[in-house]
Design a protein. Structure first.
Length: 529
């Protein structure tokens, strides 16, 4: 599965007439702009997700109507049923199969749907076809049917995932077929085949990138807000990061929406997605649609209007499938709780190195498996040290301690006099009403420097968090006196923190004194080694 890219696909569908999404401003229509901050596929960070237990996923897979029809057909052929030499049912059995699947008086559409399920059952080997000793062609249930019907998670998820891979491949194949090429419209057979293969590869890449974006959007979304407008999805694939879309890009977004819409619909049939397709009336001539069908672009766009341009939501089954495809392509696609077996020091080291995307949920999962006192003791042990990562470890230690109640107080009280942990320990205790003195001046200043150092390391000095900390520094009317104390703080990042204050503080006098103090801190570091 390809990682996210910013390349606009070469394949361009023919322009549709009538009302197009490009008739609106992007901000009005899509409510979002490009959010890709790392176009280099080799450096893509995949956000972690939470998946339910395999048994719950298997139950969801069996509840997918197409899968339930496939299983029902496999059960229906027992002990065997005659087929032709191609493995197809006879006309009477086709009608009977449609009736067995719920159609009381099957029409042609019911039979077609039943045979689509039959084809998938055969592709998945849930129905096997062969020849008996007397030469008759028959279909029998596959060997995995019993395990699937029993709801065994491995069997069910294996079956469903194989179906997902088939549907994903067929969705791209259907979108890439050019009728002119299929009917011999190419210059020769080899040219026509090459065109079809190239179109298939482009469609598959578009679909993979869209699924990757949906996976990220779902991981970061608030509960209940996982639905993505189709235009937002297309915009994230077309608009380069940091750019405003121009008219040409808006047209490309519309074209990409038209390409994605049917492919997403195919995946929705297998339960990977919840998909509301683009309202076809939007692409009709303005005079051809029924009254009220066309959106008035001169008034504000309502939620219902926006939904008519298509929406999509990745389900938990979809998250499961996309994660498997990402893992197969060599990406690290973590799950929340992957670190639950680590001890506190190892947890904080892992979070300090790789945890910015998932620290808080991972901490909560880790804490949920432990006694509060044991958890606090382990976190405090992992927070010690003055190496380059130690400020970030202490930052995550504070986040973890914030989730614990008063039962964690004994181990926290045990470090109130520690040079590195005393400041955060006293803060935690006093916030919970404990009778403990505030940290001494030297410890308090060390805590200020350590907190700012952690934010600098986590944000690379960008964004508003560091700016807010700088603005909140308790600098009095005599900044020279304040920074005269700070530059002596024996923290490994004192000089860097003072330099950041000198760069970011809005008061020129304060900034100047901070820069002077930074020079002294560097000099002191050189003297002490």
């Amino acid at each position: 599965m390809a990682g996210r890219s910013r390349n606009t696909p070469d394949q361009q569908p023919s322009e549709a007439e009538g009302l197009l999404p490009a008739d609106y401003d992007l901000a009005d229509l899509y409510g979002a702009q490009s959010g890709d901050e790392d176009p280099d596929d080799t450096a893509v960070l995949i956000p972690p997700i939470t998946l339910p237990a395999d048994a719950e996923l298997a139950a969801a897979a069996l509840a997918v109507p197409l899968i339930s029809r496939v299983v029902a057909l496999a059960r229906w052929v027992a002990p065997h049923r005659e087929v032709d030499e191609h493995g197809d049912l006879g006309e009477a059995d086709r009608v009977q199969a449609a009736r067995m699947l719920g159609a009381e008086d099957p029409d042609e559409d019911d039979v077609v749907e039943a045979m689509r399920a039959w084809a998938l059952a055969c592709d998945l080997d849930l129905v096997e076809t062969g020849t008996t000793d007397d030469g008759a062609h028959v279909a029998i249930p596959g060997p995995d049917l019993a395990a699937v019907e029993a709801g065994e998670p491995a069997a069910v998820l294996g079956l469903w995932f194989e179906a997902a891979e088939l549907v994903r491949e067929l969705a791209a194949e259907a979108e890439s077929v050019d009728p002119e090429v299929v009917e011999g419209g190419g210059s020769d057979d080899s040219d026509g085949l090459a065109e079809v293969e190239d179109a298939h590869d482009q469609a598959a890449e578009i679909l993979d990138e869209a699924l990757h974006v949906l996976y990220e959007a779902t991981a970061f979304a608030e509960p209940g807000a996982e639905t993505v407008p189709l235009g937002v999805l297309a915009a994230l694939l077309v608009v380069p990061d940091g750019q405003e879309p121009d008219e040409e890009m808006l047209g490309e977004i519309t074209d990409l929406m038209v390409v994605l819409d049917p492919m997403l619909g195919d995946l929705a049939e297998l339960g990977l997605l919840e998909h509301r397709p683009i309202d076809p009336d939007l692409f009709e001539e303005g005079d051809g649609g029924a009254e009220g069908d066309v959106v008035d672009t001169d008034r504000p766009l309502t939620d219902e209007d926006a939904a008519r341009f298509g929406t999509v939501r990745l389900t938990v089954l979809g998250q499961y499938a996309v994660r498997e495809w990402l893992l197969a392509d060599g990406y690290d696609a973590p799950l929340i709780g992957d670190l639950a077996e680590l001890d506190g020091p190892a947890l904080l080291r892992e979070l300090a190195e790789n945890g910015q995307l998932f620290a808080e949920p991972e901490l909560k999962a880790w804490l949920a498996a432990r006694d509060a006192q044991d958890a606090a003791r382990e976190l405090l042990a992992g927070a010690q040290g003055r190496d380059a990562q130690s400020p970030v470890r202490r930052y995550y230690c504070v986040l973890g301690l914030a989730e614990l109640g008063e039962e964690a107080a004994p181990p926290v009280r045990g470090v109130v006099d520690d040079a590195e942990l005393g400041g955060l320990a006293r803060e935690w205790l006093r916030a919970r009403g404990a009778d403990v003195a505030a940290a001494e001046r030297e410890v308090a200043l060390w805590r200020v420097v350590d907190s700012m150092a952690a934010v600098m390391l986590l944000t690379a000095g960008e964004g508003g968090r560091l700016q807010a900390l700088v603005a909140d520094l308790p600098v009095t009317d005599n900044p020279a006196s304040y920074f005269g104390e700070v530059w002596r703080v024996p923290h490994p990042m004192t000089a860097e923190v003072l330099e950041a204050v000198g760069e970011l503080h809005l008061d020129r006098k304060v900034a100047k004194e901070a820069r002077r103090a930074a020079v002294k801190a560097r000099s002191l570091r050189g003297q002490t080694g």
